[in-house]
Design a protein around this ligand. Structure first.
Ligand code: ADP
Ligand code: MG
Length: 253
């Protein structure tokens, strides 16, 4: 089933003279993991801002689970690049936020859900810490847990690991694949990093030009679970170079 559908969607920023997103159509199937790959400034985050209702398309329709977005509560879970954990709240209090906003749950139930989520992401002992007491990778895992607690089946992750150092980033990518396989959620993941897109995606959705009129779907010939060693395969290296070539064309255009 298609969880997310874009049907001829266009968007123009106020003050701009052209549509940054122009008649874009694509679909995302339930339970899949795709990266949207494109150079900085090409309009990737704009796509997410429309899905989560922060921006309204000027034309076209976006559907989540068959229903038009806008007026739909908790249509998707959104995790921006900066983790946006509130520094004055403890980690546990940060995770409880989506549950408080949702309402209707007693404090004991909320605490139990937060504890279970922290346990899931390997942060069982961190409930009463402040975000600034956590490492970069731990903060991203806490932010991911908070996104999961929105209860949405569609997760939008916007360059969540790009500020992390290399080794933390690759272990977070492995961790994310485990979470995805465990939870069965649908994940859309924005990145400008070709290797990250190859390692995570069943197929990569490439932005080849701005305005964005289409996403070019490039299947990754690797199953799951996968390991970083797979990235050294000749066919994957060739695919990596082809993707780099596609992005370069846009930078040079
Ligand atoms: N509020 C805004 N008003 C006008 N232009 C904007 C606004 N936000 C973003 N843009 C422009 O739209 C383009 C795409 O932005 P964005 O979707 O954030 O790109 P990406 O996530 O691919 O780096 C950028 O070139 C940016 O300058
Ligand atoms: Mg962006």
């Amino acid at each position: 089933m298609s969880v997310l559908t874009f049907d001829h969607v266009s968007y123009q920023y106020p003050g701009e003279r052209f549509n940054i997103i122009d008649g874009l159509s694509f679909q995302v199937q339930e339970g899949s993991l795709h990266c949207i790959l494109g150079v900085s400034g090409c309009g990737k985050s704009t796509i997410f801002r429309m899905i989560n209702g922060l921006l309204q398309p000027r034309a076209g329709t976006i559907r989540v689970n068959g229903m038009p977005v806008g007026g739909q509560k908790r249509a998707c879970g959104y995790m921006p690049q900066k983790d946006l954990l509130f520094p004055w709240r403890t980690v546990g209090e940060n995770l409880a936020l989506p549950l408080e906003i949702q309402g209707g749950l007693g404090r004991t139930v909320r605490l139990a859900m937060v504890d279970a989520a922290l346990c899931d992401v390997g942060l069982a002992g961190c409930r009463d810490k402040r975000p600034d007491e956590l490492s970069g990778g731990m903060r991203q895992r806490a932010a991911f847990a908070r996104t999961m607690l929105t209860g949405s089946d569609l997760l939008l992750l916007d360059e969540p690991f790009s500020a992390l150092d290399f080794l933390t980033r690759i272990s977070m990518q492995e961790w994310l694949l485990e979470q995805w396989q465990k939870t069965g959620k649908t994940i859309l993941f924005i990145t400008h990093d070709v290797e990250e897109a190859l390692f995570l995606s069943s197929s990569v959705l490439v932005v080849e030009s701005t305005p964005i009129r289409a996403l070019k779907e490039i299947p990754v010939p690797l199953g799951y679970p996968r390991s970083r060693k797979d990235l050294a395969r000749t066919d994957i290296i060739e695919l990596r170079e082809a993707l780099i070539g596609m992005l370069r064309k846009q930078v040079e255009a």
